[in-house]
Design a protein around this ligand. Structure first.
Ligand SMILES: NC(=O)c1ccc[n+]([C@@H]2O[C@H](COP(=O)([O-])OP(=O)(O)OC[C@H]3O[C@@H](n4cnc5c(N)ncnc54)[C@H](OP(=O)(O)O)[C@@H]3O)[C@@H](O)[C@H]2O)c1
Length: 311
């Protein structure tokens, strides 16, 4: 399979769908919410900051998209995740679409100096610019912990809490985990780590989290390069590597649902200090395609935008 060209279900059937998008007060998440709402889907826009989330919802309402609701969600806070699950259970009694989109970069960047470097997109994406950009980035252990807790544990926390509702979707729920090109195994220099992650049948949360523990220990002790971890945005890269691994675990465990992960494209947003090229609508396209696939669509795949790619 190389690309997915099946049409989305007809609009009429979409009004019965309920969706949740995490980290949706801005960027790609907000574009996903807007596009889903324009198709008639009932969408819960979530954001960790209530003011920012409500402002986003108000702007959608003022454009006639009254089928968007707000609920606070900090994916790092278990009580916030539980509160969202309770709200959804009361309000909808099922969930058809979950987009795990919330994410942080895990580095402290001097944005002005980064801008002055004028790194071209090809060098960013290929990793050729690693040494250059590392000159204006600080890889602090505390930021790495936050990054992994947000991008991987946040995705897992929200998915687990919403599973009972996702199971109740009559069409087979679709879970889209927003990943990144940085997740690709070929970008990890250490062959043993690549091999460990490629053993799909043996993957589980314990193995994934054991690997993350080793990564964080090496980051703390300055052993990342020596031990062959990715050096371009190390914590971000590893957080997305394991989001992909988790996606495969969940796809195998829940054949009644569709779990996929997707690189949304290189989009101009705050997470990349606005170095991206595409618009947030460009970034939403592949996420929407996967979210709206009818039951029986692919599960356990990694997509580079709308095309299936190697993990
Ligand atoms: N832009 C790209 O080129 C690109 C490429 C590959 C992958 N991605 C992925 O796309 C996703 C969306 O990123 P974006 O480009 O749209 O960046 P963005 O504009 O910076 O959006 C990130 C969103 O995540 C939210 N967030 C951060 N921590 C959170 C937490 N603990 N709980 C809930 N929400 C939290 C942010 O909320 P606040 O406003 O409160 O900070 C914001 O709404 C991310 O997963 C990113 O890794 C983006």
């Amino acid at each position: 399979m190389d690309s997915v060209a099946d049409p989305a279900p007809p609009k009429k059937s979409l009004t019965a769908l309920c969706a949740v998008v995490t980290g949706a007060n801005k960027g790609i998440g907000l574009a996903v919410v807007r596009n889903l709402a324009e198709l008639g889907v009932q969408v819960v826009l979530t954001a960790r900051d209530e003011d920012r989330g409500l402002a986003a919802v108000r702007s959608l309402h003022s454009n006639g998209l009254t089928n968007v609701l707000f609920h606070q969600l900090d994916v790092r806070d278990p009580s916030s995740v539980t509160a969202l699950a309770c709200f959804l259970a009361d309000r909808f009694s099922k969930l058809d679409i979950l987009v795990n989109n919330a994410g942080v970069s895990g580095v402290d960047v001097d944005a002005e100096r980064l801008k002055a470097l004028k790194v071209d997109p090809e060098s960013w994406l290929s990793g050729k610019a690693t040494n250059l950009v590392n000159g204006v980035m600080e890889h602090k252990y505390e930021d790495a912990v936050v990054c992994i807790d947000t991008n991987y544990f946040g995705c897992k926390r929200v998915t687990e809490a919403l599973l009972p509702l996702l199971r109740l979707s009559p069409i087979g729920a679709s879970i889209v985990n927003v990943s990144s090109l940085r997740s690709e195994l070929r970008r990890i220099p250490n062959a043993a780590i690549r091999a460990e992650l490629a053993e799909v049948e043996k993957l589980n949360e314990e193995r994934i989290e054991g690997l993350l523990g080793r990564f964080l220990q090496d980051l703390k002790t300055g052993q990342l390069h020596v031990n062959g971890w990715p050096m371009m945005l190390p914590a971000y890269s590893m957080s997305k590597v394991v989001v992909n691994a988790y996606t495969r675990v969940m796809a195998r465990r829940h054949p009644d649902m569709r779990f996929n992960c997707v690189h949304p494209g290189f989009v101009k947003t705050d997470i990349n200090w606005n170095t991206g090229i595409g618009t947030t609508d460009d970034g939403a396209r592949a996420i929407l395609m996967l979210a709206l696939r009818p039951s029986g669509g692919p599960s356990g795949f990694y997509f580079q935008e709308t095309t299936v790619a190697d993990f």
